[in-house]
Design a binder for this molecule. Structure first.
Ligand SMILES: [Zn+2]
Length: 271
């Protein structure tokens, strides 16, 4: 998601998409319900393009994939743009070796169901999601909650998390602490009271919690939304820059990891 060099001006930045998701309740849930095979960033990208063009959101596939499914793209339809990873090779002068690395490019290759015609499709099913499976797959350990301060909702230490058994929004706190492990605990421990300083790390963790709660339809999204909006309104930056682009990218990536880790089966690889 780093490379914006090939991006057309019509494609919003990740920070702008995240702010859309924060300010429009229901957007993430809608995107997940139809585009869950794709990363959250691409789900929102697809949904925003559908809305701008007045297209009914639905399954998306490339031209050849629609053909395989017995459908064809209608004449004159313009493809939607998604961000896809590509593997690049770089020649290392010193060791004389070929190194591979992943880069991200924007390609206009996808068409939504409403842009196609032909054979009926099987109805979409939303994959099951399980918290314990997610924790295990992420190689994170849930440890007993041993804080005596009742205001502490949860904490993250290296690859361990603990959630207060009396946490007001246990799923929200779980996602928040998982995000700290994925994004931050190499920088130190995180103990989350109700009055944790509102640093950028907290906004990133709370944004991950928002994306996960709303995608999966679990309680807590409204609380996250309030927290992030409050933080944004206190920033001196203009609204559009309130969440740095790099933080938005980290947030989308961590939320994807958590959601994919909790699914029963990994669907064919989508990005
Ligand atoms: Zn925190």
């Amino acid at each position: 998601m780093e490379n914006h060099a090939n991006q057309s001006p019509a494609i919003p930045k990740w920070s702008a998409l995240l702010i859309e998701a924060v300010t429009k309740p229901g957007l993430i849930m809608k995107a997940y319900s139809v585009f869950h095979a794709y990363s959250i960033g691409n789900q929102l990208l697809a949904l925003v393009q559908c809305q701008r063009r007045g297209l009914q959101p639905g399954p998306i596939n490339t031209f050849p994939k629609w053909k395989d499914l017995g459908r064809f793209v209608k004449r004159g339809e313009r493809a939607l743009t998604l961000c896809m990873p590509i593997t690049c090779k770089r020649h290392d002068e010193d060791s004389d070796e070929e190194n591979t690395f992943t880069s991200f490019v924007y390609k206009a290759r996808w068409f939504v169901l409403a842009q196609t015609d032909g054979q009926e499709l099987e109805p979409l099913t939303i994959p099951d999601w399980d918290a314990e499976r997610a924790i295990k797959t992420l190689n994170i350990e849930r440890v007993p909650f041993d804080h005596t301060d009742g205001n502490v909702q949860g904490f993250a230490r290296k690859r361990q998390i603990a959630i207060n058994p009396l946490a007001q929004l246990p799923y929200k706190t779980l996602f928040h602490e998982l995000a700290h492990v994925i994004l931050h605990t190499s920088e130190g421990d995180f103990t989350d009271t109700e009055t944790t300083p509102r640093t950028l790390c907290e906004v990133e963790a709370e944004s991950v919690a928002l994306l996960c709660c709303e995608s999966l339809g679990l309680e807590g999204a409204e609380y996250c939304r309030g927290y992030i909006q409050n933080w944004m309104s206190r920033g001196s930056a203009s609204k559009g820059d309130a969440i740095p682009e790099k933080s938005a990218q980290k947030t989308f990536r961590a939320a994807d990891q958590i959601i994919r880790a909790g699914r029963a089966e990994v669907p064919e690889s989508h990005f």
